[in-house]
Design a protein around this ligand. Structure first.
Ligand code: NAD
Ligand code: DAU
Length: 350
């Protein structure tokens, strides 16, 4: 069995990637390494946790010695690196955490991979998962290409850009076999309800206001999370060494229109009078340095590897809302802090 490391597998996107790999590749042993921060939740993986080709390891990628010992023990043949501090607003209030995990943590992983692979790189791959935010902010026209110059503008995107540069530098300088992808905004089940979509679903449920930053005119390109996971599978297995691939939904929405659509579906699903959730929309102070527009051109991935987003937005969005409404205990647990207390107790002595 090949040992494949997935970092951040207890988070939103990571849990979908772990599930896909565990179910699709029984001849891989998938090791999910996660610190279980507030955003990491093993409940996201209940359905596969007892599979023989899955193992969870609680560790912090900033802890170099522990990481090195784990690499020594498992001799991974592939690394898919998703662990990160991922919320832009948190990076504005606490940038340092982002520098530590996203930059130092990534360098620790690169060093650990280098150290066990010892320049015998045949069949090895280090896959770094990144974001469209590294390219900066667009005006009304144009899309990000893989060749668009980097222009990160928040501590989060600056930390991701820095990690991307380091991954490329390890490829160029040490020959480490790497691949990188930069994806647009994901939506789907298991996203922590600090991000726009699950936050609004949760707030509508409780009849709380829906905080829309500024005038709600900022634009994001939304992709169903399982389509991102499928792209990651494809790039991990078929992407070119040292290459970068953009992944996007070709599906742009202003924040206000997205929230309005969400309100309309929620009213229908909750049996509320049409228009009642929209009344909860409240325009609040804008995010500092708020990027206006992101849009991804994924032609390279489509032409070279044959990827296409499969989920139709209307269906994926409706399915996502349905999932949160059918999993209200999950929402209650992650918003009440019950699950962090549970993990603190469970792993205290390990
Ligand atoms: P998330 O915040 O939901 O999950 C991050 C996971 O990383 C959590 O399980 C957390 O416990 C773990 N983690 C954090 N710090 C760690 C550390 N020091 N050591 C070990 N584990 C740690 O994030 P997400 O939205 O699933 O994003 C995953 C990756 O995809 C990130 O690298 C992010 O930059 C990238 N990305 C996200 C999106 C998006 O729309 N969410 C889009 C493009 C790219
Ligand atoms: O583009 C990819 C990125 O998408 C990922 O790299 C990040 O990890 C991920 O968090 C996401 O970043 P955004 O900042 O775009 O996502 P968020 O859900 O925080 O916000 C989406 C948009 O909605 C953004 O323009 C800010 C706005 N917003 C957000 C929140 C939380 C609001 O108007 N109100 C809110 O309460």
């Amino acid at each position: 069995m090949k040992n494949i490391l997935i970092t951040g597998g207890a988070g939103f996107i990571g849990s979908h990637v772990v599930r896909l790999f565990v179910n699709k590749y029984p001849h891989y042993k998938i090791i999910n390494l996660d610190k279980l921060t507030y955003a990491g939740n093993l409940a996201n993986l209940k359905d596969i946790e007892n599979k023989p080709n899955y193992e969870f390891v609680k560790a912090d990628i900033v802890d170099e010695d522990t990481l090195m010992a784990i690499f020594d023990a498992y001799r991974f043949e592939g690394v898919i690196h998703l662990a990160a501090e991922s919320h832009v607003d948190r990076s504005i209030s606490n940038p340092k955490e982002f520098i530590m995990t996203n930059i130092v943590g990534t360098v620790n992983l690169l060093n650990a991979a280098r150290s066990i692979w010892k320049e015998n790189y045949s069949g090895k791959r280090f896959y770094h998962i990144s974001t469209d935010e590294v390219y900066g902010s667009l005006g009304d026209e144009g899309k990000f290409l893989e060749t668009t110059p980097y222009d990160p503008r928040s501590p989060y995107s600056a930390s991701k850009a820095s990690s991307d540069h380091l991954v490329r530098a390890y490829n160029h300088t040490f020959g480490l076999p790497v691949v990188i992808s930069n994806c647009s905004n994901n939506y789907g089940p298991f996203q922590f309800p600090e991000k726009l979509v699950p936050l609004c679903i949760n707030n509508i449920r409780h009849n709380r206001t829906l905080p829309v930053y500024g005038e709600g005119s900022n634009i994001r390109d939304w992709l169903y999370v399982e389509d991102h996971a499928k792209a990651i599978d494809l790039i991990f297995h078929s992407g070119g060494d040292g290459e970068t691939y953009n992944i996007g939904g070709n599906n742009e929405w202003t924040n206000l229109n997205l929230v309005r659509k969400l309100c309309e579906i929620m009213d229908r699903k909750l049996g509320r009078e049409a228009g009642s959730s929209e009344k909860l929309i409240t325009f609040v102070k804008d995010r500092a340095g708020h990027d206006f527009r992101y849009a991804i051109d994924s032609t390279k991935l489509q032409n070279e590897l044959g990827w296409r987003p499969e989920a139709k937005f209307d269906e994926g969005f409706e399915k996502t809302i349905e999932w949160y409404l059918s999993n209200q205990t999950w929402l209650d647990d992650v918003t009440s802090g019950n699950y962090t207390r549970y993990y603190d107790g469970m792993y205290k002595n390990r």
